[in-house]
Design a binder for this molecule. Structure first.
Ligand code: 3PG
Ligand code: MG
Length: 393
């Protein structure tokens, strides 16, 4: 059984809280604070109950060494704004600064450690190396709380190994995510439609094979669409493409039932992302142009496919939604989900950021997951290291 923080006595104790605060930055400021807000219920419950809270998190992929560009300082600043009081950020993760900050903590107080990934051992494939770092993290605290759902698919020191070394429990975010995503693993109400887009194509290709078995229809947009378009013989100009995925896309098209995978029929293109877009047929992208959004005809088709669904999983924007000329496809998908009756799960940091940026209220959707890769792995029924370890006592 996975314990939650309600099962722990925390008063006066040092609690190491792993959160996923990996948020997009824009010029040194937090561009979307969804993951920070999602961490608040557990954090405030712990401090309200008199714990001494040590928040640890990663930001980006700094490659195992300190890099000011990946400092958690903007995140600590935003967290402080949301809490209404400043949040101290230690200058290191488990070094002298962290130890001193933890020693100075009072019951009900909190401190944030600097980016976990400034330490190569955090993400190391070597169990012993990770174990050493996890031991240092564990030495800072009496208890460990896992609430960084977006990272529970990573076998990292702060996600996995530290839970072997301290009494532990899940936070409210992990509990809520597991509960909501569980509705996509068994007794799924049909039609079940999946919409996939976004730029992190490689992660999603792994999931595609099992989604073909589970879903009635799969709508493909964003950069995810290009390997499929190439596989069926289209030219895609200068669009984003990982050429190694074309063969896999061809194989998926063969395995799918007729019409199960829906690809864009029109595309918004421009010579570069800054330009205003033009709409062309998906099989007629000019050689010097790149696809930046699904076109209006495709958006209408996708909306029509989503509307009658009973269950929807959506991971990845349909285009470069951050720029207005390329936001139409993502907006159309979000609107179709808002208008329909399906139980909808929107997964991934980028997709959550997209719906918020486009002005949709989060409660328009059944569940907005803070995890992209994590939610995809979860709904495939994979074992997530950061969840499995919480089941152990
Ligand atoms: C995410 O943003 O997907 C999570 O925070 C995990 O980050 P990662 O993909 O760099 O491991
Ligand atoms: Mg990810």
């Amino acid at each position: 059984m996975m314990k939650t923080i309600d099962d722990l006595a925390v008063d006066g104790l040092r609690v190491l809280l792993r959160a996923d605060l990996n948020v997009p930055l824009d010029g040194g400021r937090v561009a979307d604070d969804g993951r920070i807000r999602a961490s608040l219920p557990t954090l405030t419950a712990l401090t309200d109950r008199g714990a001494r809270v040590i928040v640890c998190a990663h930001l980006g992929r700094p490659g195992g060494k300190p890099d000011p560009a990946y400092s958690l300082a903007p995140v600590a600043a935003r967290l402080g704004e949301l809490l209404g009081h400043p949040v101290e950020l230690a200058a290191d993760t488990t070094g002298p600064a962290a130890c001193a900050a933890v020693a100075a903590l009072r019951p009900g107080g909190g401190v944030m450690l600097e980016n976990l990934r400034f330490n190569a051992a955090e993400t190391s494939k070597d169990d012993a190396q990770r174990g050493l770092f996890a031991g240092q993290l564990a030495d800072l605290a009496d208890l460990y709380v896992s609430d960084g759902f977006g990272a529970v698919h990573r076998k990292h020191a702060s996600v996995y190994d530290v839970a072997l070394r301290l009494p532990h429990a899940a936070g409210y975010l992990v509990k809520a995510e597991v509960g909501a995503l569980g509705r996509l693993t068994a007794n799924i109400r049909r039609p079940y439609v999946v919409a996939l887009g976004g730029a992190k194509v490689a992660d999603k290709f792994d999931a595609f094979g099992s989604l073909i078995t589970a879903a009635d229809r799969i709508l493909v947009g964003g950069a995810m669409a290009f390997p499929f378009l190439v596989a069926r013989g289209d030219k895609i100009g200068t669009s984003l493409l990982e050429a190694s995925q074309v063969a896999a896309a061809a194989d998926l098209l063969k395995r799918a039932t007729p019409g199960q995978i829906e690809l864009p029929s029109d595309i918004v293109v421009a010579a570069e992302p800054g330009g205003s877009g033009a709409v062309v047929a998906a099989d007629a992208i000019p050689a010097d142009q790149m696809g930046l959004d699904i076109g209006p005809q495709t958006a209408a088709r996708f909306a029509a496919a989503l509307f009658p669904a009973q269950t929807v999983f959506w991971n990845g924007p349909m285009g470069m939604f951050e720029r207005k000329p390329y936001s139409g496809g993502t907006r159309a998908v979000a609107q179709a989900l808002a208008d329909g009756e399906a139980f909808t799960v929107v997964g991934g940091g980028d997709t959550g950021a997209a719906i918020r940026a486009l002005g949709f209220a989060e409660d328009t959707f059944g569940h907005v997951s803070t995890g992209g890769g994590a939610s995809l792995e979860f709904i495939q029924g994979k074992t997530l290291p950061g969840l499995a370890v919480l089941e152990q006592s």
